[in-house]
Design a protein around this ligand. Structure first.
Ligand code: ADP
Ligand code: ADP
Length: 240
C-alpha cells in the first residue's frame, strides 16, 4: 500500500537577474527536481542518496509539503496534497520528521516529557493518555521514565536523537522522514541509532524515507535506494 507517491514531480526556481533573462527578456529556471516519480510503501524504507545539490532536500520538502511542486503531483495516503498551510491537522500529524542535528530537533528549554507530549497535547489528548503514551514512546526508543525531567543539554547526542524520534512518532505517522539522522553522531552511537531504526521499521506500520550521504547507513537500513543526480533519478531499485 503506497504511503507516498511522487508523480512526474518537478520543482523549478527562477534564476533572477541572469544575463540570459535580461538578453531574452524572460525568466530562466533551474530545476532542483526534474520530472521525478517514486513510490514509498508501508513497512518499507526508501533511501535517497546523492551528492550535495542533487535535489534530496527538495524531494523531502515536496514530500512533507514544505514546498509545492511546479509540475506533477504529490500523493499522500491516496490524496493529492497541497501546500502545508492548507493541510489538515491529521495530514500534518501523518508525517514525522527527524533532522540531522539532534539538539536542533529539540527545543533546548523543553524537558523530555514536554518535548514528547507536545504533539499529543496539540492533538487534544488528555493528561492520563499523554502520560501513558510518553512512557510507551520512551520504551520504544530505548529510554525510560528517568529521563522525563531532563533538558536536551543534559542528554547525549544519541539520547537527544532518541527523544526527537519519540516525538516524531508520537501520533503514529504513516511516513517518517529521516534527514541525515546519524550524520552528527559518533561512530559507536551511530551504530546503535541505526539498530534502533531497523528495529522500528520492523515493529511500526509506517514508511520511512531516509536521506543520507553515508552509503553504509543507507545500505544497512534501506529496502530500496534512489540515487539522485542533478534533480533526477539515475538509479532506483532494491538495495541488494
Ligand atoms: P541536496 O539536498 O541534494 O543537497 P537540494 O535539494 O538542496 O539538494 O538542491 C537542489 C538544487 O536546487 C541545488 O542546485 C540548489 O541550489 C537548488 N535550490 C534548492 N532550493 C532552492 C531555492 N530556494 N532557490 C533556488 N535554488 C534552490
Ligand atoms: P518547563 O520547562 O516550563 O518547566 P516542563 O517540560 O517541565 O516545562 O513541564 C511542562 C508540563 O508537563 C508541566 O506543566 C507538567 O505538568 C507536565 N509534566 C512534566 N513532567 C511530567 C511527568 N513526568 N509526568 C506528568 N506530567 C509532567
Amino acid at each position: 500500500e503506497p504511503v507516498l507517491e511522487l508523480r512526474g514531480v518537478s520543482k523549478r526556481y527562477p534564476i533572477e537577474d541572469s544575463w540570459l533573462s535580461r538578453v531574452r527578456g524572460r525568466d530562466r529556471y533551474a530545476s532542483a527536481v526534474d520530472d521525478l516519480s517514486l513510490t514509498v510503501r508501508r513497512g518499507e524504507t526508501l533511501g535517497i542518496v546523492g551528492e550535495s545539490g542533487a535535489g534530496k532536500s527538495t524531494v523531502i520538502d515536496l514530500a512533507t509539503g514544505l514546498e509545492s511542486p511546479t509540475a506533477g503531483e504529490v500523493v499522500f495516503d491516496g490524496d493529492t496534497v497541497g501546500p502545508i498551510a492548507n493541510r489538515s491537522r491529521d495530514q500534518l500529524a501523518a508525517v514525522g520528521r527527524l533532522f540531522q542535528h539532534p539538539r536542533s530537533s529539540l527545543d533546548p528549554r523543553q524537558r523530555v516529557y514536554r518535548a514528547i507530549s507536545e504533539p499529543l497535547l496539540e492533538a487534544g489528548w488528555r493528561r492520563d493518555r499523554r502520560r501513558e503514551r510518553v512512557s510507551e514512546l520512551l520504551s520504544l526508543v530505548g529510554l525510560d521514565d528517568r529521563h522525563t525531567e531532563r533538558r536536551p543539554r543534559e542528554l547525549s547526542g544519541g539520547q537527544c536523537q532518541r527523544i526527537a524520534l519519540a516525538r516524531a512518532l508520537a501520533l503514529e505517522p504513516s511516513l517518517v522522514v529521516l534527514d541525515e539522522p546519524t550524520a552528527a553522531l559518533d561512530v559507536s552511537v551511530r551504530a546503535r541509532v541505526c539498530n534502533l531504526l531497523l528495529e522500528l521499521r520492523d515493529r511500526l506500520d509506517c514508511a520511512f524515507v531516509l536521506v543520507s550521504h553515508d552509503l553504509g547507513v543507507v545500505r544497512h537500513l534501506a529496502d530500496r535506494i534512489a540515487v539522485m543526480r542533478d534533480g533526477q533519478l539515475v538509479e532506483y531499485g532494491s538495495a541488494s
